[in-house]
Design a protein around this ligand. Structure first.
Ligand SMILES: NC(=O)c1ccc[n+]([C@@H]2O[C@H](COP(=O)([O-])OP(=O)(O)OC[C@H]3O[C@@H](n4cnc5c(N)ncnc54)[C@H](OP(=O)(O)O)[C@@H]3O)[C@@H](O)[C@H]2O)c1
Length: 331
C-alpha cells in the first residue's frame, strides 16, 4: 500500500476511459478521491475497490453534470463532509456525431455544451476560489487535439474543446502569480467508449483510437499536472498533427479532420480524388515543414535570434501553404 498523501483529488467522469485511468493514478499515489459520474452503481463499485486496495477515503457522488445545479451539489457535498479538494480534474465529456444541419440532435448538442463547457466553468469557479485563497491547488482540464482545429461531423463537440483550451490559457495567465496551476490535456482519438456513445462507430478516427491506450493518455496528463505544466499533447502523432495545424491553412486542416471523422468509403466520389490531392499536399507540406524546422534548429544553434527567425519562417510557410492551396483550387 502506498503512503497516503492526505490530499484529495476530485475526478469527474471517473467510471470509464481516461477519467477512470486518472483516478487509478491518484489512488495508487495515495490521494483520497471524490468520484463523480451519473451511474451510482459503477461509482460505488469503484469506490469500494479503491478503498480496499489502497486504504484511501473515496467519496462517490452520483450526479448528472448536465443538470445546471449539479456543480453546486458537488461543491456543497464536499463542504458538508469537510473535504478540501486539492486537485480538480474536469474530465467528464461527451460528443455527438453527424452533420450539424440535418443529422445531429439539438437537445443532445445543448447538453454537450452544458456538460463540456458550462459545468466545467461552474465547477472551476467554485473550487478555484478556495484554491486561490489557500494559494495552493491543481486543475486538469480535458481538452483535445480538436481544441486546436475544427471538428467537422462533431462540430459542437470540437467547439466546446476549443472553449476549454481558451478558458484554460486565460486562467493560466491570471494565476501566474499564485501557486495554483491549471493544465490542459490534449488527447487524440483514444480507445474508450467515447466514439460509441457519440454514434461515431466505424469512423477512421474510431479505428485510429484502437491504437491508443487511455492509461497512457492519463499518465501523460497526470505527469504534466503534477509538474504544473500548462499543456500536454498526448502521443507523438498528435503532437505532429498539432504542430502542423499551426502552419497549414485552416481549410486543409478542416478537410483532413473531416476525412478522419468519416467512415471509410463514405466520402462522395467527387471528393475522393480531392481527398487524395489533399493528402498528397499535406504530406508535401509536412515534409517541407519538418525540413524547415530542422534547418531552423540548426540555425538556432548558431544564432540566438532564432526565435524571431522561427516566427518569421512560420508565417512565410503558412502563406506559402495557403497560396499553394489556392493555386490547386482545393477549397
Ligand atoms: N476518447 C477520445 O478519443 C478522447 C479524445 C480527446 C478528448 N477526450 C476527452 O476525454 C474526456 C473523457 O472521455 P472518455 O473518452 O474517457 O469518455 P468515456 O469513456 O465515455 O467516459 C466518460 C465518463 O464521463 C461520465 N459522464 C458522461 N456524461 C456525464 C454527465 N452528464 N454527468 C456526469 N458524468 C458524466 C461517464 O460516466 P456516466 O456515464 O456514468 O455518467 C464516464 O465516467 C472527455 O472530456 C472527452 O471529451 C476523449
Amino acid at each position: 500500500m502506498e503512503a497516503q498523501t492526505g490530499k484529495t483529488a476530485l475526478v469527474t467522469g471517473a467510471t470509464s476511459g481516461i477519467g477512470h485511468e486518472l483516478a487509478n493514478l491518484f489512488a495508487k499515489d495515495g490521494y483520497n478521491l471524490v468520484l463523480v459520474a451519473r451511474n451510482g452503481e459503477n461509482l460505488n463499485q469503484i469506490a469500494e475497490a479503491y478503498a480496499q486496495q489502497f486504504g484511501i477515503t473515496v467519496t462517490p457522488i452520483a450526479t448528472d453534470l448536465v443538470d445546471p445545479k449539479s456543480p453546486e451539489t458537488i461543491y456543497d457535498e464536499t463542504r458538508r463532509r469537510g473535504i478540501t479538494v486539492d486537485v480538480l480534474v474536469n474530465n467528464a465529456g461527451m460528443g455527438e456525431y453527424g452533420m450539424f444541419a440535418n443529422e445531429t440532435d439539438l437537445q443532445k448538442e445543448l447538453s454537450i455544451i452544458q456538460l463540456n463547457a458550462t459545468s466545467l466553468v461552474h465547477l472551476t469557479k467554485l473550487f478555484l476560489k478556495d484554491m486561490v485563497q489557500r494559494n495552493e491547488g491543481k486543475i486538469l482540464m480535458l481538452a483535445s487535439v480538436a481544441s486546436i482545429m475544427p471538428n467537422p461531423l462533431m462540430a459542437v463537440y470540437g467547439a466546446t474543446k476549443s472553449f476549454i483550451l481558451s478558458f484554460t490559457e486565460a486562467l493560466q495567465n491570471e494565476l501566474k502569480d499564485t501557486n495554483v496551476t491549471v493544465t490542459a490535456l490534449l488527447p487524440g482519438a483514444t480507445n474508450t467508449d467515447f466514439f460509441n456513445k457519440a454514434g461515431a462507430e466505424g469512423t477512421r478516427a474510431h479505428q485510429q483510437a484502437q491504437q491508443t491506450d487511455p492509461a497512457k493518455v492519463a499518465k501523460d496528463g497526470y505527469d504534466a499536472l503534477m509538474k504544473g505544466k500548462e499543456k500536454i499533447v498526448s502521443g507523438f502523432m498528435n503532437k505532429a498533427q498539432v504542430a502542423m495545424s499551426h502552419v497549414l491553412p485552416d481549410e486543409l486542416i478542416a478537410g483532413s479532420m473531416r476525412k478522419q471523422m468519416e467512415r471509410p468509403g463514405e466520402s462522395k466520389p467527387e471528393r475522393e480524388s480531392e481527398d487524395q490531392d489533399q493528402s498528397l499536399l499535406i504530406t508535401a507540406i509536412a515534409v517541407g515543414f519538418v525540413a524547415a524546422t530542422t534547418l531552423l534548429w540548426a540555425f538556432g544553434a548558431m544564432d540566438h535570434s532564432w526565435k524571431k527567425e522561427a516566427s518569421s519562417v512560420r508565417r512565410k510557410t503558412r502563406l506559402a501553404g495557403k497560396s499553394l492551396f489556392d493555386s490547386l483550387s482545393l477549397n
